[in-house]
Ligand binder design. Structure first.
Ligand SMILES: [Zn+2]
Ligand SMILES: [Zn+2]
Length: 360
């Protein structure tokens, strides 16, 4: 295995830098960003959690059920699909746990990270052992094989789950209220979503490792499979005491002159919350306090290459500083709900987040 050295668009030699692969020939930039993955922390009425002993990498380790999100897939949609493929079962999805960053173990040389999105879940019907696991088993907190868990991040998620469980009533744990309305987000997702049975949408023609031809993502020369994922972005709806929202007039990157929420792409190994703190500082020069998660959405990536973006939105307030114009924002202004310039909002996902804040 080698690092990425070739432009996936034109097949010429490209420059592998820390943040991206730069092509000097056609100008294409392949950013390194956290790859979104989803996990279902499936638990039963006894407070035990379901783990799978993996028959694929990392073989023999116990892991939480789940997998990578496909390009254009919302987390709840992808999670149901993953569980169905891995267990042959349906789940009810509950509260979302902390979003975390993990290492990309499948292709370490690519220098990428994984954005792990996990949910408390309960089974609706029986499961069966399928290809991905050699064994499936329920574990109480004390029985969890902590030294044989697939990754540190899986351990952290399990610890967060058992902590939550201990704070719930002594009665059988119920599904907690949802953080963000998953049913609604799936309904309002804008473009038609790629389903797993469709032929994959292909945005690249060449293998980034050897420059060989890709056929439906697989390199005909070295066999490498170049999976395409959505690129996560993070943004925030900032409110003040008058219940006004803060918008910035865009002065850089794209959609210049349109209004948007502060936000942007996640850097490699960066959580969505960290991205929001960094972006608000850069774009409008304030420090924000994130209060809660709002929603996930899916957008078509409008720039070179095509593909999908997974926007992640939060709601919050200003912690310190006075919002001011920067090289990214020519104007920063508070808007009453009735004055929001809906026709001049740069991104559909921003509109969804704004609507979500004013629901109820
Ligand atoms: Zn190129
Ligand atoms: Zn190749």
């Amino acid at each position: 295995m080698s690092r990425y050295r070739f432009c996936p668009k034109c097949g010429k030699r490209a420059d592998d830098k820390k943040d991206a692969l730069y092509c000097g020939k056609c100008g294409f930039i392949l950013y390194k960003n956290p790859i979104p993955a989803v996990l279902a922390v499936i638990y039963n009425d006894k407070g035990e959690v379901l783990l799978g002993k993996r028959s694929v990498e990392p073989v023999g380790k116990w892991a939480i059920i789940g997998g990578f999100l496909e390009a254009g897939e919302l987390p709840d949609v992808g999670l149901r699909q993953e569980v169905k493929e891995e267990l042959g079962a349906e789940i009810e999805i509950g509260e979302m746990l902390e979003m975390r960053i993990d290492n990309y173990v499948f292709d370490p040389e690519a220098g990428k990270s994984v954005l792990v999105i996990s949910y408390l879940s309960k089974l609706k019907n029986d499961f069966e052992t399928k290809d991905e696991n050699s064994e499936l088993k329920w574990f109480s907190e004390h029985a969890v094989p902590w030294n044989e868990i697939a990754s540190e991040v899986h351990k952290e998620i399990l610890k967060e789950f058992f902590e939550k469980l201990s704070r719930m009533s002594s009665r059988a744990p119920a599904i907690l209220p949802e953080r963000g309305d998953l049913t609604k987000t799936s309904k309002i997702a804008s473009p038609p979503m790629a389903t797993r049975n469709d032929k994959k949408e292909v945005f690249y023609k060449f293998c980034p490792k050897c420059g060989g031809d890709l056929d439906n993502l697989k390199c005909q020369n070295c066999g490498f499979v170049f999976y395409q994922n959505s690129r996560p972005t993070a943004g925030i709806v900032i409110l003040n005491d008058k219940n006004q929202v803060l918008l910035m007039k865009r002065a850089a990157d794209s959609r210049i002159g349109k209004w948007s929420l502060p936000g942007g792409f996640l850097e490699n190994f960066e959580t969505p919350e960290e991205a929001v703190l960094r972006e608000t500082k850069e774009e409008i020069d304030v420090e924000v306090q994130i209060e809660n998660f709002l929603l996930f959405s899916i957008s078509k990536y409008i720039y070179e290459g095509g593909g999908y973006v997974l926007p992640i939105h939060f709601r919050g307030r200003i912690k310190s500083g006075e919002p001011k114009p920067t090289k990214f924002a020519s104007e920063v202004r508070w808007f009453d709900r009735k004055d929001i310039p809906w026709d001049d909002i740069a991104f559909e996902s921003n509109k969804k987040a704004l609507k979500k804040v004013f629901e109820k």
